[in-house]
Design a protein around this ligand. Structure first.
Ligand code: MV4
Length: 450
């Protein structure tokens, strides 16, 4: 049994994991860079160890430093959080080779899903509906022309090593395709050292709907419904909700069942997210994330489940603490991401937080590592907190979000809080009537670009 976990992350997600450890009677080890000596995760863990200088490449991404920290502290397992080493198959292989437990999927599952062509082939073979497109790699511009004329324009050229919006090129007609194909390939080569690309039919105005799945590594898996994460800016989600405003119970049961069945059949272990584009009532698989996601708390809220606890349980060889039949949705939850950024251009705004007051009360959860007087270092992601609200229905969740934003005080730095106060006045947002392009269109209209 695992009795000490090293948390290979920082900020609110490190706290999230430390909290689960404490409730399970498991000791926690924080790692930190020299820029994070005063960080809250260092104080909240049972032990802390410095692993390097401020740049993440020399600290939070340093595999030797993290493995050494396990040796020194006697931690038997590593929780990677999200980002950093969470989807790095080579790291997971090294962890396994050192007889340590990675709290997450196997290196093989991470590798399969990290290569987007292999991921799509695998999921298609397991009965998951995919976007129409090429069967695997498209090797030449001629092959691209042939496939595009079969599936019809517009098409999108994607890098197999990409994901999350990196390395994509749109082609509206056959004239645009040659340029899209060669630039996608060149950019993929430069960014990922892998120039393999594939082609899909471009969906014009979909929602981003993702299904939370959980496997026990023994051929059993469940789904925990969907999240609608369509509100994004430059592929960064800012507002997420569960359940999805346009997904009904039969639809949820059908697509959730397909996803749970697929991951069960590959023997998947731990938390995963199956991402879809959803348009005209149809789901189209695009990618699978093999980590716990930033927005997991909205799922926790409506199912009353602790997903980090479940990750630790299955990594320890224990069964999930619920079956599919136990899982029932209760109400509606919304998360907004609070970033240390200055509007209107979202420029990072690190610095000292002179005053901090977290909102509270019924149905309010604030996941943040902030405190009064904390100096946000400039080296890392600008996410400084997540405000999650839960209500009996969507309307109550929205009212609670507005109320909680009003209670929140973060002084001394600029944050994205005013953006959410404005969004909550928009009829489309109040109705749940938005797609993946809504936010960027709204932002460009507001700043007078359009
Ligand atoms: C697409 C698409 C339209 N058609 N694929 C962007 C991130 C990556 N996960 C997949 N992405 C897209 N793939 C096809 N065939 C549109 C996007 C896309 C998008 C997807 C989800 C959320 C926001 C987005 C914003 C722009 C483009």
């Amino acid at each position: 049994m695992i009795d000490k976990i090293l948390v290979a992350n920082r900020g609110e997600i490190a706290l999230r994991v430390i909290r689960a450890c404490r409730e399970m009677g498991i000791r926690s080890v924080a790692v930190h860079s020299t820029a994070d000596s005063d960080a809250m995760h260092v104080r909240m863990a049972d032990e802390a160890i410095c692993i390097g200088p401020p740049p993440a490449a020399e600290s939070y991404l340093s595999v030797p430093a993290i493995i050494s920290a396990c040796d020194i502290t006697g931690a038997q397992a590593i929780h990677p959080g999200y980002g950093f080493l969470s989807e790095n198959a080579k790291f997971v292989q090294i962890v396994e080779d050192h007889s340590l437990t990675f709290i997450g999927p196997t290196a093989d599952h991470i590798r399969v899903m990290g290569d987007k062509i292999t991921a799509k082939e695998t999921m298609a073979g397991l009965g998951v509906p995919c976007v129409p497109g090429s069967e695997g790699e498209v090797p030449t511009a001629d092959a691209a022309q042939t496939i595009a004329s079969e599936i019809g324009y517009p098409v999108i050229v994607k890098a197999t090593a990409g994901g999350g919006g990196r390395g994509m090129k749109l082609a509206r007609d056959r004239h645009e395709l040659d340029v899209a194909f060669s630039t996608a390939r060149a950019e993929a080569k430069a960014a990922f050292g892998n120039d393999e690309v594939y082609i899909e039919k471009y969906l014009g105005n979909p929602r981003h709907i993702e299904i939370q799945v959980f496997g026990d590594g023994k051929g059993n898996a469940v789904h925990l419904g969907e999240r609608d994460c369509s509100l994004q800016r430059r592929h960064q989600k800012i507002f997420e909700e569960a359940p999805g405003p346009v997904i009904d119970e039969p639809t949820r049961t059908r697509i959730g069942g397909i996803c749970a069945d697929a991951v069960a059949r590959i023997g998947y272990i731990g938390a995963g997210t199956v991402e879809f584009l959803y348009e005209d009532g149809e789901f189209y698989f695009i990618e699978m994330n093999t980590r716990l996601q930033v927005e997991h708390p909205v799922t926790e809220a409506i199912f009353g489940a602790d997903l980090v606890r479940e990750q630790i349980r299955v990594a320890s060889g224990l069964p999930l603490s619920f079956t599919q039949d136990d899982l029932e949705i209760n109400g509606h939850a919304i998360e907004v991401r609070l970033n240390a950024e200055k509007l209107p251009d979202f420029r990072p705004s690190p610095g000292r937080v002179t005053q901090y007051h977290a909102p509270g009360g019924l149905g309010v959860r604030m996941d943040s590592a902030l405190y009064d007087g904390y100096a946000i270092p400039p080296y890392y992601d600008s996410l400084i907190g997540k405000l999650i609200v839960h209500g009996r229905d969507r309307q109550e969740a929205l009212a609670r979000l507005s109320r909680a934003l009003g209670e929140l005080i973060i002084d001394g730095i600029d944050t994205t809080v005013p953006l959410f106060e404005e969004l909550l006045l928009e009829p489309d947002i109040l109705r749940g009537d938005y797609t993946i392009h809504w936010l960027e269109e709204w932002l460009s209209y507001r700043t007078g670009e359009a």
